[in-house]
Write a protein that binds this ligand. Structure first.
Ligand code: NAG
Ligand code: NAG
Ligand code: NAG
Ligand code: NAG
Ligand code: NAG
Ligand code: NAG
Ligand code: NAG
Ligand code: NAG
Ligand code: NAG
Ligand code: NAG
Ligand code: NAG
Ligand code: NAG
Length: 584
C-alpha cells in the first residue's frame, strides 16, 4: 500500500495509524466551524468537471508573477480576456497564483494579504461569470518556502504555512460554485520516495484545511498530483487517497520532447512515427497506471514564439488527439507572449487553435507536410512558400498530409476572394501546385523581403491552414565579431536586418579549434543539430537584435578559445546562416 516509503517514514505512518490518530494539525483553528454558505451547490463528479474543462487555457505569468500580477509583462486581468478565450472554444481556465509574496504576517498566523485574496476571488468570479470552469492553485510557492527538497527545509514549518494558506484560500472561496476546483501545489520539486511522502502529507493537510474552512469545499473537485506534476514520477509515486470526501482527479504537465518544445539543440522538426510513438507511450503509461481516475494535463504547449510552424501544427493535432484517446483533458499553457495577445484580442497562431478545436471535436485535420527525418540536412515545411530574393519566380508544389477522404476545397486570398482552380493552382492527390503567374502577382520585383501574404486553404474536414508566402534572403548583421571581455558579464545584442522570417531557427557554437561550446552530446545527433545550442540558455532575439546570452559569453571565456556562433534562420537550408566570432 505504501511501497516506496523509506523505513523511517513508514514507521511514522504506522505509529499514526496504530494509535488511530487522525491527521489533525495542532495549527488547525478548531475554534471556528467554517464558513456557512447561502445558496446551493450542484455537486459534480471529478470526471464531469474534467470533461467539461476540456479544452482549458492557462492565464500564465499573471497572478503567478513574482512578486505581483503585472510583473511578468502582462496587463492586469480584465473580464474581456475570458470572453476571448471562450470565443476561441476553450471551456475552462487554470489560474496559477503565487502567494509567497502576499503574506502580511509569518508564523503562526501566516495571514495572507486581504487585498490579494480579494483579487484572486475577483478573477475567479470573472471566469465564472463567463460560464467557464476554473482551477485555482498555489503556484511558484513550490520553488520558495514550500520546496521540500531544500537541504534545510523545515517540514513542520512548511506544513503549518501550507495548512494556513489553504485554510485562508478555502475560506475566501468557500461559497463559489462547483465550477471552481483546487490544485494544492504546482510542480512541487521532488525526486525521491521521501519527497513524495512529504508531498503526500501536504496534500492531506490541503484537504484538511479546505474541509476546516467549510462552505462547499468538502464537495469541491480537487486535482491531486505527484512530484513535479511529472507523468512518470506521478505514475511511480502517486498513491490514491483513501480518506477523501472531495471528488478528485490527477493532474500532470506535459512538455515533451524537451528539445522540440524548448528549442534546444537545433531540434526544429517533429512528427516522425518514432516521435509520435514516444508521445503516445507517455500518455498511455499514466493512463494505464490510473485506469479509473479522471486525468487532466494542466499545462502543455508548443509555442509559436520559437517552434517551426508546420512541426508545431502537426504536434498540436497529434497531441490533442492522443490525449483524447486516453480520456485526458488538456489545458494549454499561455504565458501572454505565446498564444493570446490579450491587449489586441487576437490569437498569434489562430491555425493552432483551430486545429486544437477540430481535433477535440473528432474532425480529421489536413496538415502541412514537413521534414521529419532526423538525418536531414535541410528542413522542408509546407506552412511557408519561400522565394529567395533574386530567384526567378516559377510554379511551386506544396504537399499536405490529407487524412481519409479529406480534400482541398478552396484557397482564399487575404481579401477574401478565392483563387481560380486551374489558373492559379492545381491539385494532384496531396500536392497543390501554385502557378507561376499567381506567384508573380505576389512576388513582384519591387517587393521587400518578408511575409508577402497569407493564403488560406480550406478542406472538406477540419481546420483551415494558412500558407505564408515569404520572400527571403540571408539576414545581415551590423558586425561580425566582438570581444567577450567587452561584454563585461552581460549579454551581447547584435543589430540584425531581418530578411524573411524574423526569428532565429537555432545557433551553432564551436570554438576555432572545432570544440563544441556546450552540450558535446549533440555530436550524436543529426546534421541539423550538431553543436547547436539552446534558446534562452545561449541565444535569443528581439525585434532588432540577435542576442548571445551572458551565460554563453561566460562559457566562451571558460573555454578560453575564440568561439564562432553561426546564427541560422528559416528556411533551414544550407547557407541561410551568418557567422559571428566572439574573441576571448
Ligand atoms: C478522514 O477525513 C475526515 C474528513 O476530512 C477527517 O475528519 C478525519 O480526521 C480523517 N481521518 C484520518 C485518519 O485522517
Ligand atoms: C449569507 O447571507 C447573510 C444575510 O444576507 C449574510 O449576512 C452572510 O454574510 C451571507 N453569508 C455568506 C457566507 O455569504
Ligand atoms: C481562529 O479563530 C478565531 C475566532 O474566529 C480568530 O479570532 C483567530 O484569528 C483564528 N486564528 C487563526 C490562526 O486563524
Ligand atoms: C521548524 O519550524 C517549527 C514551526 O515553525 C519551529 O517550531 C521549529 O523551531 C523549526 N525548526 C528549526 C530547526 O528551525
Ligand atoms: C506505470 O508507470 C510506471 C512508471 O512510469 C511504469 O513503469 C509502468 O509500466 C506503468 N504501469 C502500467 C500498468 O502501465
Ligand atoms: C472516458 O470518458 C467518458 C466520457 O467522457 C466516460 O464516460 C468514460 O468512463 C471514461 N473512461 C475512462 C476509462 O476513464
Ligand atoms: C471515404 O468515403 C467513403 C465514401 O463516402 C467512405 O465509405 C469511407 O469510409 C471514407 N473513408 C474515410 C477514412 O473516411
Ligand atoms: C482581391 O485581390 C485580387 C488579387 O490581388 C484582386 O484581383 C481582386 O480584385 C481583389 N478583390 C477584391 C474584391 O478586393
Ligand atoms: C502571415 O502570417 C504570419 C504568421 O501568423 C505573420 O507573421 C505574417 O505577418 C502574415 N503576413 C502578412 C502579410 O500578414
Ligand atoms: C562592468 O560591470 C561592472 C559590474 O556590473 C560595472 O560596475 C562596471 O561599470 C562595468 N564596466 C563597464 C566598462 O561597463
Ligand atoms: C581545443 O581547445 C580546447 C580549449 O583550449 C582544448 O581543451 C581542446 O583539447 C582543443 N581541441 C583540439 C581538437 O585541439
Ligand atoms: C562559419 O563557421 C563554421 C564553423 O562553425 C565554418 O565551417 C563555416 O565555413 C563558416 N562560414 C562562413 C561563411 O565563414
Amino acid at each position: 500500500m505504501w511501497p516506496n516509503l523509506s523505513d523511517s517514514l513508514l514507521a511514522l505512518f504506522l505509529i499514526g495509524a496504530v494509535s488511530g490518530t487522525p491527521l489533525v494539525p495542532r495549527y488547525a483553528n478548531l475554534t471556528t466551524s467554517g464558513v456557512i454558505c447561502n445558496g446551493t451547490f450542484s455537486r459534480i463528479s471529478a470526471q464531469t468537471w474534467v470533461d467539461n474543462m476540456n479544452p482549458g487555457w492557462n492565464l500564465g505569468n499573471t497572478l503567478d508573477g513574482i512578486p505581483d500580477e503585472g510583473d511578468w509583462g502582462n496587463p492586469p486581468v480584465v473580464p474581456q480576456t475570458f470572453d476571448d478565450v471562450k470565443k476561441a472554444g476553450f471551456k475552462g481556465v487554470r489560474l496559477p497564483v503565487t502567494w509567497a509574496y502576499h503574506f502580511d504576517t509569518e508564523a503562526p498566523e501566516y495571514t495572507v494579504n486581504p487585498g490579494w485574496l480579494q483579487r484572486v476571488s475577483d478573477v475567479v468570479d470573472m471566469v465564472l461569470e463567463s460560464d467557464m470552469y476554473v482551477l485555482v492553485n498555489v503556484h511558484h510557492d513550490s520553488w520558495t518556502w514550500a520546496d521540500v527538497t531544500q537541504a534545510n527545509a523545515n517540514y513542520t514549518q512548511i506544513e503549518e504555512k501550507f495548512y494556513r494558506l489553504w485554510y485562508q484560500i478555502g475560506t475566501k472561496l468557500a461559497c463559489k460554485s462547483s465550477l471552481l476546483a483546487y490544485e494544492p501545489i504546482n510542480e512541487p520539486p521532488g525526486t525521491t520516495a521521501a519527497h513524495a511522502a512529504e508531498l503526500r502529507k501536504l496534500e492531506d493537510l490541503f484537504l484538511q484545511a479546505i474541509a476546516d474552512a467549510g462552505g462547499f469545499n468538502p464537495h469541491r473537485v480537487v486535482t491531486l498530483n505527484g512530484p513535479q506534476e511529472n507523468s512518470d514520477l506521478t505514475s511511480q509515486y502517486f498513491v490514491s487517497p483513501t480518506n477523501i470526501s472531495n471528488p478528485w482527479a490527477i493532474q500532470y504537465h506535459y512538455y515533451s520532447p524537451y528539445p522540440f518544445i524548448f528549442s534546444a539543440w537545433g531540434s526544429t522538426i517533429w512528427g516522425s512515427d518514432v516521435d509520435k510513438a514516444a508521445l503516445e507511450a507517455d500518455i498511455a503509461n499514466i493512463r494505464n497506471n490510473f485506469t479509473d481516475v479522471p486525468l487532466i494535463i494542466g499545462e502543455w504547449a508548443a509555442s509559436p514564439v520559437a517552434t517551426e510552424t508546420a512541426a508545431r501544427w502537426r504536434y498540436f493535432d497529434f497531441f490533442v488527439r492522443t490525449a483524447s484517446k486516453y480520456n485526458t483533458t488538456t489545458v494549454l499553457w499561455d504565458n501572454g507572449a505565446d498564444f493570446l495577445d490579450r491587449v489586441n484580442h487576437v490569437w498569434r497562431d489562430q491555425t493552432a487553435v483551430d486545429l486544437y478545436m477540430a481535433a477535440l471535436a473528432g474532425e480529421a485535420n489536413a496538415l502541412p507536410d514537413s521534414t521529419t527525418d532526423s538525418n536531414a540536412i535541410s528542413q522542408y515545411t509546407s506552412a511557408d512558400l519561400f522565394v529567395r530574393v533574386g530567384q526567378s519566380v516559377t510554379s511551386q508544389t506544396i504537399s499536405y498530409i490529407l487524412p481519409g477522404n479529406t480534400t482541398l476545397t478552396s484557397v482564399i486570398r487575404p481579401n477574401g476572394t478565392s483563387l481560380a482552380r486551374g489558373a492559379d493552382y492545381s491539385v494532384a492527390g496531396d500536392k497543390v501546385t501554385f502557378s507561376a503567374s499567381l506567384l508573380r502577382a505576389y512576388f513582384i520585383p519591387s517587393a521587400s523581403p518578408g511575409s508577402i501574404a497569407n493564403l488560406t486553404l480550406k478542406f472538406s474536414t477540419g481546420a483551415d491552414l494558412t500558407l505564408n508566402l515569404v520572400l527571403w534572403d540571408t539576414p545581415v548583421l551590423s558586425s561580425t565579431s566582438s570581444s567577450a571581455a567587452a561584454a563585461n558579464g552581460s549579454s551581447i545584442s547584435i543589430l540584425v536586418q531581418w530578411k524573411g522570417i524574423d526569428k532565429l531557427a537555432t545557433v551553432k557554437a564551436v570554438t576555432t579549434n572545432g570544440t563544441y561550446l556546450v552540450d558535446d552530446f549533440t555530436k550524436y545527433y543529426g546534421p541539423l543539430q550538431n553543436a547547436r545550442t539552446t534558446y534562452n540558455s545561449q541565444w535569443n532575439w528581439d525585434t532588432n537584435n540577435l542576442i548571445i546570452t551572458a551565460a554563453a559569453v561566460s562559457a566562451a571565456q571558460a573555454v578560453g578559445e575564440d568561439v564562432i556562433f553561426t546564427f541560422e534562420f528559416y528556411p533551414r537550408v544550407p547557407g541561410n546562416a551568418v557567422n559571428y566570432t566572439l574573441t576571448v
